[in-house]
Ligand binder design. Structure first.
Ligand SMILES: Cc1cc2nc3c(=O)[nH]c(=O)nc-3n(C[C@H](O)[C@H](O)[C@H](O)COP(=O)(O)OP(=O)(O)OC[C@H]3O[C@@H](n4cnc5c(N)ncnc54)[C@H](O)[C@@H]3O)c2cc1C
Length: 394
């Protein structure tokens, strides 16, 4: 029967036959070699925040939670090597002692570093890449039962590793590019949607990190900015300042450590220039069809372009638009109604969040799709790291 496993929102459920909790690279290697001998399959899992079946398996689930912490740092080069199961919260704390800070974080810091990097998790900031771009080297146990060590010099390999959905192997160590310890000031304002639209370009351009939440029921907006102290927008015309505080970057980049309510989410990245018109269409559709049944906010963020093969921001600066629905409530019809709007603006789905695209659709969105899957075949010729969902993608 196996053990019952579910993701953070509860919308993804499966029963792995076995759960392995390796505590070292040699234990991961032993697991992979054993699986190869017995023709078994493995799926690595982080903090299970992903709601697509990337780690679902009825075979062996490999949790890296025992492999946590920063194991080496170089203050001068602003880099650190850490273990795959280190949560972003732990990473931030351990970097503080080492006088280093992450370049960016997402809205929560509960993900494990290998999981966050594996799906192209991002924060906001039009000149800041997603978290995967912080990966500059590491160690991976491949499907051939070997340890592959890679560095800044392996540029093509890095482009594949950075967003690899746990398809190339199991990370046992990740080397991250960071920044010297720095402070940020967070300011949040409330305003109307109409007022926001007059200042959107300005807000994107003149803040290190900027995003906004739109609340369908009230048609109000919460603007959030993060800047180096004494830089960025000090006020937003027509908006009411709600929060204003300053802290070390790792304590303030993520907003939530505990969320009161759980939710399911769909998110797409569209080209930066498409963001405003795409959002306007979605707003119109929600106001006309979904306002009564959906009370959750929508989130608008920006992400710098990168060159990772499977990154939703590959080759283009992007805007991400995400929709939420309370966990346990039906989300399918709502998401399915909005998804074509996102696609018509050139959207690429977040790998970790709900979407309905299949291989044929996805392949068209990623110019380096074949390069990624050629490498996958080389690193995992037996398909040890595949599950039924990933089988369909390859
Ligand atoms: C409350 C919440 C807030 C979120 N906020 C944001 C946000 O602000 N920005 C954003 O972009 N996304 C966000 N997400 C999505 C989230 O960042 C991703 O789902 C992320 O992948 C979760 O990390 P995890 O540790 O839970 O990994 P999991 O979801 O457990 O796994 C993700 C992927 O990583 C692989 N993996 C895990 N460990 C390893 C390893 N050691 N080696 C190789 N592969 C591995 C898994 O196989 C899987 O493919 C959020 C999700 C939730 C539920």
């Amino acid at each position: 029967m196996g053990l019952a496993w579910e993701n953070w929102s509860g919308s993804l459920r499966f029963r792995p036959y076995h759960l392995s909790l390796p505590a070292s690279e040699s234990e991961v290697l032993w697991l992979v070699q054993k699986a190869l001998r017995h023709r078994r399959r493995l799926r690595p899992v982080g903090a299970s925040h992903t709601s697509m079946p990337l780690y679902s398996t009825d075979d062996t689930l490999v949790s890296l939670e025992k492999m946590s912490g920063v194991i080496h740092h170089d203050e001068k080069a602003s880099t650190a090597r850490c273990l795959p199961g280190t949560t972003m919260l732990t990473l931030g704390k351990e970097l503080l002692d080492r006088k280093l800070s992450p370049i960016n974080l997402g809205d929560v810091a509960l993900q494990q570093i290998a999981g966050a990097i594996g799906t192209g998790t991002h924060g906001t900031g039009m000149k800041i890449g997603n978290l995967s771009t912080m990966l500059v080297g590491g160690r991976l146990v491949t499907g051939k039962g070997e340890v592959l060590s890679f560095s800044e010099n392996d540029s093509e390999l890095l482009k594949a590793m950075r967003v690899s959905l746990g398809m190339l192997g199991i990370f046992t160590e990740l080397k991250l590019k960071l920044l010297p310890l720095y402070r940020l000031r967070r300011r949040e304002w409330f305003t109307t949607f109409f007022s926001l639209t007059n200042h959107l370009d300005d807000l994107c351009l003149h803040n290190r990190n900027f995003d906004f939440y739109w609340y369908p029921r009230s048609d109000e907006v919460k603007i959030r900015t993060l800047n180096f102290p004494d830089e960025g927008k000090m006020n937003v015309p027509g908006a009411k300042l709600d929060e204003d505080w300053e802290d070390w970057a790792q304590n303030i980049l993520h907003k939530h450590t505990k969320l009161k309510n759980r939710f399911d989410e769909m998110e797409y990245d569209v080209p930066f220039a498409e963001g405003p018109s795409c959002f306007l269409k979605i707003r119109e559709r929600i106001l006309s069809r979904w306002r009564r049944s959906v009370c959750w906010r929508l989130l608008y963020r920006t992400i710098e372009a990168d060159d990772s093969y499977l990154s939703p921001a590959t080759g283009r600066r992007s805007v991400s638009i995400s929709l939420h629905q309370n966990a346990g409530l039906p989300y399918e019809e709502y998401f399915r109604d909005i998804e074509p709007i996102l696609l018509s603006h050139g959207g690429r789905p977040h790998w970790a969040k709900k979407h309905t695209l299949k291989k044929e659709d996805l392949k068209k969105l990623y110019p380096a799709w074949d390069k990624f899957f050629d490498l996958r075949r080389k690193l995992d010729p037996e398909g040890l790291f595949l599950n039924p969902y990933l089988e369909e993608l390859r």
